[in-house]
Design a protein around this ligand. Sequence first.
Ligand code: HEC
Ligand code: HEC
Length: 229
Amino acid sequence: MTGTAWAGDTVLAAATPVVVPDTLAQRLQPCTACHGAEGRASREGYLPRIAGKPAAYLHQQLLNFRDGRRSNATMAELLAHQSDAYLRETAGHFASLDLPHNAPPAAPANPALMARGQTLALQGDAARRIPACVECHGQALAGTLPAVPGLLGLPRDYLIGQLGAWQTGSRRAIAPDCMAQIARRLAPEDASAVAAWLSARPVPPGHRAGPPPPGPAPLPCGSVSVPRP
Ligand code: HEC
Ligand code: HEC
């Protein structure tokens, strides 16, 4: 029999199905082409990490792309026909991933820019009525539940892009849109300063969104206080 193929081999091969498990992780594989393996994009370039962000935040963003409150043609196209329930499941999948972050890229060699960025993040700017980022994003900037995302571990260009999108109105959150107000109060250099400082921070292990901060928020944010239908 050596060397001679037995006709039954072909039949057997044809009859053995290739088993592709139909899990959510497998169905969301296309997302990782851009967002990195398991949704943990690199810290450089533009693409945001999605792994480990609060589920309610991710769900709202998927709805925002689908319904035109954020503009990105690929994201909108991918999500066009997805139901709210499927998007909630998608958000839950990426939110549940707890994976380490890469080391940050080198900080820009501009001490004045970095100092201004740190001041905005940790203290804000009372003269411009800009609250400190930590007041809503948490003292560790890891995000706060249910729907405020963390600000560390994201590429600098992505952060600048988002603040710019809020300034021009191409990114909108549920009203009242506190981030649009904050972005518009920033001085011209401020977005790049805070993005430079944030993107150069290391992300410690176990960095996850914490409980909501005590007391009222410095500005009302609809995406946090208004439950989605
Ligand atoms: C072709 C590349 C590409 C693919 C594929 C892709 N995305 Fe995106 N995604 C992007 C880009 C670019 C952005 C940032 C857009 C912007 O500037 O607002 C983004 C943003 C997001 C955000 C917002 C992140 C945040 O922190 O606010 C989420 C959530 C997201 N994508 C989820 C997904 C999911 C889920 C899939 C698979 C169904 C997917 N993406 C597939 C390119 C992609
Ligand atoms: C009053 C509360 C509040 C303060 C203060 C605040 N944020 Fe936010 N931020 C939010 C909320 C709520 C969201 C989620 C908005 C949404 O649903 O799209 C957000 C989202 C963001 C995002 C989008 C992250 C992503 O993954 O796409 C960036 C960037 C951001 N904030 C930067 C800042 C910076 C920089 C500061 C300080 C100068 C700041 N925020 C201060 C409430 C706040």
